[in-house]
Design a protein around this ligand. Sequence first.
Ligand code: 8YV
Length: 326
Amino acid sequence: MTKARILVARAVFPEIIALLEQHFEVEHNQADEPWPKERLAGKLAGKVGAFTTGGERIDADVLAVAPGLKICANMAVGYNNFDLAAMTQRGVLATNTPDVLTESTADFGFALLMATARRLTESEHYLRAGKWQRWSYDMFSGSEVHGSTLGILGMGRIGQGIARRGAHGFGMNVIYHNRSRLAPDLEAQCKARYVGKEELLRAADHLVLVLPYSPASHHAIGAPELALMKPAANLINVARGGVVDDAALAAALRDKRIAAAGLDVFEGEPKVHPDLLTVPNVVLTPHIASATVPTRKAMANLAADNLIGFLVHGKPVTPLNPEVLK
Ligand code: 8YV
């Protein structure tokens, strides 16, 4: 029997390629060459499945070139690289990798909060540059974490993980804003209080963004929102580039309208707004919030299980548009 043909668009753990090869004829990209959209579309022509990451845009143009495509399995929980409506219209299943990355990503969100509040990278650069000649009473004084107010915008699984860390580990007063309010038992677990967006912006000492990107959340934090924040507040973004207006944020950091920021995601990444590179009060990381070896392996396995589950057994594990299964 001939095997179904699939594409793995980016380099991934070799054992994942080996697993997929047990079931499919696999074209892979272990050289991790950058494939512009037209090249990706050309490679998808004649394939029934695709293993993608958050970086590959799958939209109507791409789908038009690949009419045989039945599933795109994202190795990411976020799926703003998918035009889900276009995929559903063409009967293409979309899957993502929820749950397996929740706790590691929440760990990282908290690490970035701590690094930002306590000026970890700024002080390390100072030390490495040989500038540390003597101790002084106010050297790299930052913001308090324990007992402060943690504000969370976007209270999904990762937001709840960050809330639990703040409330239970650091005695923080947790407030959140979300499209919908959490069930009372979840609020109690997170010791979190629901507030309006404006109250969240005004009250948070540390504001952590964990909301998905969509046209509705584009620039959810821009100049007007930054103006409402406390001058001593810190902003942390582990959500998606585009949720923050990076130019407005760089200006706010430069003018000390807020104290500091910690950013793992950027508008138009891997490009970073040049002004963010020139302000000292920002911790910058290259979209690594889920990057632990066990978590990345779990994400890759779940994406592979979605391909095998759907194309071999007719049952995907974590479908995003299950209506196409009907
Ligand atoms: C991924 C992420 O590493 O899961 C997500 O949504 O942002 C990260 O965990 C990234 O999207 C690459 O696929």
